[in-house]
Design a protein around this ligand. Structure first.
Ligand SMILES: [Zn+2]
Length: 326
């Protein structure tokens, strides 16, 4: 009995070790042939367009406004359907004599992965149409179909896609508040949410890259290399524009433009590598096309948006995320 059981044990060990050797060989073989690649999914631009209409239907969404509060609840409910974790980063800040209740909304995908990227867009809209040709409109709030809703729509649609096709890298999404609160030339009171998030980083792991999308929906949008992004994240800027130029040549141009202070800057100042994808010509209403001069005016409405531009940015991000060996 005792001997028999020893003999059985020896036999079992021999069998197990031979199985082990075989599976070890198989693993080495697979590794040397090709690393596993995730298939690249398709970005749904029609759905992203619908998400712009959905945001605009809440009306203007500037801090302390009713539209701001309802839209925040919509984002939470939407993201909870798709993300591993959703949470709010709330803070109060006094600006121009008003106590503003500000909230960055965070969503985590692939929380099991330690290599991570951060994608951001601002969700607040400007409380004053101070660039409107009619001075009577300067104190009225804008709808922000492009300035606010377009970037957020791309991130929300990516969230839905990440749930269907888990990305090969950890992705943190951050919808930033208070980007557009500053009065003209008062740069200190722009980018309130990104300043707070960069100083109180809300996720446990710092990202390899930060990508901000802003003003990405105009029907004739084109995206140059922005100077701060060029200084901070040149390698990624080139990689993204390589993808973008190949797939959407009228949208991505390798042309360097002067710096724009946007939500990527506080992250750069906090030591992260960050870039912005932005239709830079809209800022300051410098487009030669009169239709495109609606930045910070009451004309920032869904009529200016096209699914093609949303697709160009959304699909470029998808191809970067799923096509990179992380
Ligand atoms: Zn703006």
């Amino acid at each position: 009995m005792w001997l028999f059981s020893i003999a059985l044990s020896i036999l079992a060990v021999a069998l197990l070790s031979s199985c082990h050797t075989q599976s070890y060989r198989a693993t080495i073989h697979e590794d040397t042939v090709a690393p596993p690649r995730s298939p690249i999914p398709s970005f749904n631009a029609a759905h992203a367009y619908g998400l712009i209409e959905r945001q605009v239907a809440f009306g203007p969404r500037f801090p302390n406004s009713p539209g701001h509060d309802s839209c925040r609840l919509f984002f939470l409910e939407y993201l909870q359907r798709y993300a591993d974790t959703v949470f709010e980063q709330s803070f109060v800040q006094e600006v121009y004599g008003k106590k503003l209740s500000l909230t960055n909304i965070a969503a985590v995908f692939r929380s099991d992965l330690s290599q991570r990227v951060l994608l951001c867009a601002h969700w607040d809209t400007r409380p004053y149409a101070d660039e409107d040709p009619d001075p009577a409109n300067h104190s009225k709030p804008i709808l922000g179909a492009n300035d606010g809703a377009s970037g957020v729509a791309i991130l929300l649609e990516l969230a839905r896609l990440f749930a269907q096709h888990p990305p090969p890298v950890g992705v943190d999404l951050l919808l930033l508040d208070g980007e557009d609160y500053g009065r003209a030339s008062d740069i200190e009171h722009f980018c309130l949410g990104s300043r707070y998030a960069a100083q109180h980083y809300p996720f446990p792991i710092r990202p390899l890259w930060v990508v901000v999308v802003d003003l990405v929906g105009d029907r004739d949008a084109w995206f140059p290399w922005e100077e701060y992004s060029w200084q901070s994240a040149r390698e990624l800027l080139k990689a993204l524009w390589n993808i973008g130029k190949r797939r959407f040549p009228s949208s991505f141009r390798e042309e360097l433009v002067p710096p724009i202070f946007d939500d990527h800057v506080p992250f750069i100042q906090a030591g992260m590598r960050a870039l912005v994808i932005i239709d830079a010509e809209l800022v300051g209403n410098r487009s030669p096309n009169p239709r495109r001069r609606y930045w910070h005016t009451l004309r920032d409405t869904p009529e200016n948006i096209s699914q093609e531009s949303l697709l160009a940015v959304g699909q470029t991000l998808v191809e970067w995320i799923y096509g990179t060996t992380w």
